[in-house]
Ligand binder design. Structure first.
Ligand code: HEM
Length: 277
């Protein structure tokens, strides 16, 4: 009876094996207390092992395995859904772009205007570079636009910041921004009476100073806009700076405003135009 109770309470190989069950009883039929204690100890160890396994059912390795599987599956799905365009649902961190990583490892590139001019697409083995206000960007991803025959090929291989501001793509392919703010300074409209005729010359001078300040701010804004456009473009990336540009001689005359920019000057009293892009 004691043997039966022992089996029921602590099932296990030691208690269920015929040999152990026979050894737990003496030949006279008495219960062997030593064997019982051993069997109880074994059973406790066993149940402790089972308990440990149950409590650690999900291990760290399992979690990592699930996360890795999910990540790989999501990346695969993104690749499939975006028609092989992106592994990250359209998001492309810079370290996934090999040319960007290579540039990062090699450090920034410093080119003179002459060296930069080689990267205008005439040599198809070279990348295409565009510069805005001294900063060079790699735009090779868009050869259709910046390469030979492209609608904006004239921007390749040079810093044409002035043209970015004025939109004069023939005359203003230069980084020289001197006097360009004039295009944002209102001109007097002879047909419209705006009260100017009542101003003293001092008041007119003060007004002009204000307008020049506002116009210079607009130029900075335009330049910044194009810098940011190339900088944050998902296909272009910054590669370095232009060096070796001689400073403008003080006696050099101000560059004349191109015809297109002259025409686009705002009329006094009317809202200023912000351009197309
Ligand atoms: C200040 C004046 C302007 C500047 C600085 C400028 C600059 C640019 C630049 C840099 C691009 C290339 C964008 C890229 O890399 O994806 C571009 C594209 C384009 N721009 Fe302008 N743009 C100006 C005015 C205009 C105007 C007035 C028009 C229309 C009449 C125009 C029509 C276009 C078109 C259609 C494209 C796409 C080109 C293509 O896919 O081949 N832009 N513009």
């Amino acid at each position: 009876m004691s043997q039966l109770r022992q089996r029921t309470i602590h099932p296990g190989p030691s208690s269920s094996s015929p040999s152990s069950s026979s050894s737990s009883e003496s030949e006279s039929g008495d219960f062997d207390i030593t064997t019982f204690a051993e069997s109880k100890k074994n059973t406790h160890q066993e149940s402790a092992t089972i308990y440990d396994e149950e409590s650690n059912g999900i291990t760290l390795a399992d979690i990592i395995r699930v996360l890795v599987t999910l990540t790989v599956a999501l990346c695969g799905l993104s690749y499939y859904m975006t028609l092989s365009e992106s592994w990250f649902w359209g998001y492309r961190p810079w370290f996934t772009k090999l040319p960007v990583v290579m540039r990062y490892l090699r450090g920034p590139l410093y080119l003179t205007p002459e060296q930069l001019s080689l990267y205008n697409g005439t040599d198809s083995s070279l990348p295409l570079y565009v510069a805005v206000n001294g900063t060079i960007f790699d735009v090779s991803a868009n050869r259709g636009i910046y390469g030979p025959g492209g609608s904006y090929n004239f921007f390749a291989g040079r810093d044409a910041t002035r043209a970015f501001v004025t939109g004069c793509f023939k005359e203003d392919l230069t980084p020289d921004l001197d006097g360009v703010e004039e295009m944002f300074i209102p001109v007097d409209d002879v047909d419209v009476a705006d009260g100017s005729e009542n101003l003293t010359s001092r008041e007119k001078k003060l007004r002009l100073e204000q307008e020049v300040r506002a116009a210079k701010a607009q130029v900075r804004k335009k330049v910044q806009h194009w810098h940011d456009f190339f900088h944050s473009h998902k296909k272009y990336f910054e590669i370095g700076k232009i060096i070796g540009v001689p400073p403008k001689a003080p006696d050099q005359p101000k560059r004349e405003l191109c015809e297109g920019a002259k025409r686009s000057r705002p009329k006094r009293g009317k809202a200023t135009s912000e351009g197309n892009h």
